[in-house]
Design a protein around this ligand. Structure first.
Ligand code: PLP
Length: 468
């Protein structure tokens, strides 16, 4: 995790080593790579590992203690903690632009849909309201949508959840036994990896790059050699690279997975945010034969609004039954009103999505132009869907850049947040879902931060970034 912590600065004016080290550890704590309550290595061990003097590590830890990122407990060493102001889910400090979230403001049609849903609500008020699988009208509407998109589906194959993250966590704790292997892409969506690890999974990484997409050989070998119990994939659009998996590879993956007893979970949270793909993809499970199994995860939270918190799982009835049994230890169902809101919007979903993807097309092209003008050395891949791009900085400076960006008023997740072992220091995920004004502000902040990379960052209140 401390690769390249020193950055590039040397000589007069460079950040002293202890400050650079403290800065890097602070970032690791803030963005969740070092969990709260985790014990840091003893000063002597870390000094030996990094090849620095013990005084440097002592001074770095002292600074972190001073700023409330470490507490020292006699006999237990130095424990990562959060400064008083940093509560998970806190809004960023006022004035900070938040690019750690790839999201859009609500669809303009949402308010009217909520009014229509409120008018339908009285018909639902007669029973208990506890609903572990979803309202029949919404399950029907979601099943119809899969069917229309090329995957025949019945309502009893759908469970409505509190968003895609809830779906992933529920699937993980239902399908993964402690010690099981779980195949994941690298880079991948951090909160999904966290859910898999929390369920006790050992992650088996398979690379995805912006130039070549999925490493087919690695994917096939990983399934064959490790027989993971599940594979968590984002066939389109992959977060953070924006890639879409070719049809042939979908078929081969499903076949191989069936042979090895691996259940594929395809997270299609962004599948319908297709800006200009050359090929319109079917839902992932449509690429399999009768013997293959793919569980699909979907969400209205990227398309409609993050605040509706409606997602769903499409799976065999037997899997849905297992999920229903497992669910109540964590939550007792999805709110009715929000389900009615989404049901209402699904009535005209294609038209609504068209206006969303038009916005995203403009956003992608605008961000690309801004970066070409202000950060011409960065490699910006072209993506054909989703809300983000995965930029190659050309140097392993992502963590330092994100620290410097904060002092320029921008919160953004460093590349390694999307890896398993601290890799991806050369990468940065940048969303193109923001307004032109915010995109200009964000890119200006990145350009200023890039010039300042390696210089000591200002003291600031803590934050803990959720990455969405
Ligand atoms: C790939 C992916 N899966 C799941 C989620 C979580 O989605 P939800 O807001 O529906 O819980 C996100 C949100 O960022 C995501 O990008």
């Amino acid at each position: 995790m401390l690769d390249s912590w020193r950055g590039t600065g040397t000589g007069a004016g460079a950040t002293p080593a202890y400050e650079a080290l403290a800065d890097r550890i602070r970032l690791l704590i803030l963005d969740g790579r070092i969990g709260l309550g985790v014990r840091l290595p003893a000063e002597r061990d870390l000094a030996a590992q990094l090849g620095v003097s013990r005084t440097t590590v002592t001074a770095a830890y002292a600074e972190l203690r001073e700023r409330n990122y470490l507490s020292s407990v006699r006999g237990s060493g130095s424990i990562a903690r959060q400064p008083h102001a940093a509560v998970p889910g806190d809004q960023p400090a006022s004035g900070l632009l938040d690019f750690s979230k790839a999201s859009m403001p609500a669809m303009p049609e949402l308010a009217a849909a909520a009014v229509a849903a409120a008018q339908q609500l009285p018909a639902y008020l007669g029973d208990s309201g506890f609903d572990l699988v979803g309202l029949p009208v919404l399950r029907q509407a979601l099943a119809d949508r899969y069917t229309a998109r090329g995957l025949p589906t019945e309502p009893d194959q759908i469970m409505v959840t509190l968003g895609a993250q809830h779906a992933i966590a529920l699937l993980a704790r239902t399908l993964v036994a402690r010690g099981d292997r779980a195949l994941v892409e690298t880079p991948s969506y951090p909160h999904a990896m966290e859910a898999l690890k929390a369920a006790g999974a050992r992650l088996v990484p398979v690379p995805v790059t912006t130039s070549d997409g999925w490493d087919e050989e690695a994917l096939e070998q990983a399934i064959q050699r490790t027989s993971p119990s599940i594979g968590y994939l984002m066939p389109d659009f992959h977060n953070p690279t924006g890639q879409s998996m070719p049809a042939g590879l979908r078929e081969r993956t499903l076949e191989l997975a069936a042979r090895q007893g691996t259940t594929i979970i395809a997270d299609e949270t962004m599948a319908e945010l297709d800006i200009d793909s050359p090929e319109r993809m079917l839902p992932f499970a449509a690429y399999g034969g009768v013997d293959t199994q793919a569980i699909l995860v979907g969400s209205a939270n990227k398309t409609v609004w993050g605040g509706v918190r409606i997602g769903w799982i499409r799976a065999d009835r037997s899997v849905i039954a297992r999920l229903v049994r497992a669910r109540s230890s964590g939550d007792l169902g999805t709110p009715a009103l929000e389900q009615l809101v989404v049901t209402h919007l699904l009535g005209d979903y294609d038209a609504l999505l068209r206006s969303r993807t038009r916005q995203l097309l403009a956003g992608r092209d605008f961000l690309t132009a801004q970066l070409a003008e202000k950060l011409p050395d960065w490699q910006v891949p072209r993506v054909s869907g989703g809300l983000m791009t995965w930029v190659n900085l050309g140097a392993p400076l992502s963590s330092q850049l994100t620290l410097a960006a904060r002092t320029e008023g921008l919160q953004i997740a460093a590349g390694p947040r999307f890896g398993i072992d601290g890799e991806f220091e050369r990468f940065l995920r940048i969303p193109f879902s923001y307004s032109e004004a915010d995109t200009v502000r964000g890119v200006d902040a990145l350009a200023a931060a890039w010039r300042n990379v390696g210089r000591h960052t200002q003291a600031e209140s803590g934050w803990l970034a959720e990455v969405v």
